[in-house]
Design a protein around this ligand. Structure first.
Ligand code: G3H
Length: 261
C-alpha cells in the first residue's frame, strides 16, 4: 500500500513572519492526522525558519529547485548538498514554471534528478502537458518524453525513491483542476511508462504519483480516491492554514478507505 504524500509548494510566497505563522498553524492542525506524509517546500530564504519549527513533527522539508553541480562558480545557484544541509528531505524538480520561465529542458531536469539522488534527496519529478498539447492529442507523447528523458541513466535502485507529480499546465493556478477521469487515465499511463522503463511491476506499483493543479478541499476527495493517485502537490491551497490542513485530513480519510478496499 502506497502512503499518501501531501506536498506544499509555497512557490515565491511567504516572508519570514508569514512563514512562521503558516507553518505553526499547519503543525497544530495536522498533528491529528499522522498517517499521511507531509512535505512543505518554502522559498530558500525561509528554509531554516521552517526547519526550526518542524523538528519532532511528521512534516518534512522540501526545496523548490536545485542545481546539479556540487559547488563552484555558479552565482545564484544552490547545490543538492546545500539543500540537504539546510534540512531538506525532498526537492521539487522540473516544475512547469521552471520549464516555462527558466527554459529548463529535459536534459537539465535529468541532471538535477541524478544529482539529487546522489545526495540522498527524494526528487519530486514534475511532468505535465500544456492545453495546446492536450488539444492536439499529444498528452501521452509529451508525458512519455518527459518521464523517459527525465529518468534517463538512473538505475532501478535509485529510482525506487523518486516521486512523480502529474501537473497539467492548464490546471495550475487556474482554479480548474483536471477531471477525475483525466487524472486517473494519466496516472495509470505514467505507471505503465515507469513499468516499461524499469522492467519491474513492483517498482511501478510502489512509485508514488501525485496530482497537482488547482487541488483544494472541495475536489480533493474525488481526486485522491482515484486508484493511481497517491497524494497531491499543492500550490495556492497550501498558503492557507485551514485549506492545507483540511487537505491533509481528507487525505488521511481517503487513505483509510483505500486500505479497506
Ligand atoms: O506545485 C504546485 C502546483 O503548481 C499546483 O499549483 P496550484 O495548486 O496553485 O494550482
Amino acid at each position: 500500500m502506497r502512503k499518501f504524500l501531501i506536498a506544499a509548494n509555497w512557490k515565491m510566497n511567504m516572508y519570514r513572519q508569514e512563514a512562521l505563522e503558516l507553518i505553526r498553524g499547519v503543525i497544530e492542525q495536522t498533528k491529528l492526522f499522522p498517517s499521511v506524509d507531509i512535505m512543505v517546500a518554502p522559498p530558500f530564504t525561509v528554509l531554516e525558519t521552517v526547519n526550526g519549527e518542524i523538528q519532532n513533527t511528521q512534516i518534512r522539508l522540501g526545496a523548490q529547485d536545485v542545481f546539479f553541480e556540487e559547488s563552484g562558480a555558479y552565482t545564484g545557484e544552490i547545490s543538492p548538498g546545500m539543500i540537504l544541509d539546510a534540512g531538506c528531505t525532498y526537492v521539487i524538480i522540473g516544475h512547469s514554471e521552471r520549464r516555462q520561465y527558466f527554459h529548463e529542458t529535459d536534459e537539465i531536469i535529468n541532471k538535477k534528478v541524478t544529482a539529487a539522488l546522489k545526495n540522498h534527496l527524494i526528487p519530486i519529478l514534475c511532468v505535465g502537458e500544456t492545453w495546446e498539447e492536450r488539444k492536439q492529442g499529444r498528452t501521452f507523447l509529451v508525458l512519455n518524453q518527459q518521464i523517459l528523458f527525465g529518468l534517463q541513466g538512473i538505475d532501478n535502485e535509485k529510482l525506487s525513491s523518486i516521486i512523480v507529480a502529474y501537473e497539467p499546465v492548464w490546471a495550475i493556478g487556474t482554479g480548474k483542476s483536471a477531471t477525475k477521469e483525466q487524472i486517473q487515465e494519466v496516472h495509470a499511463y505514467l505507471r505503465g511508462v515507469i513499468k516499461e522503463f524499469t522492467s519491474s511491476n513492483e517498482m511501478a506499483f510502489n512509485i508514488r504519483i501525485l496530482y497537482g493543479g488547482s487541488m483544494n478541499p472541495k475536489n480533493a476527495q474525488e481526486i485522491l480516491s482515484q486508484k493511481d493517485v497517491d497524494g497531491g502537490l499543492i500550490g495556492g491551497a497550501s498558503l492557507n492554514i485551514d485549506s492545507f490542513s483540511s487537505l491533509v485530513q481528507i487525505a488521511e480519510n481517503v487513505q483509510k478507505e483505500k486500505k479497506q478496499e
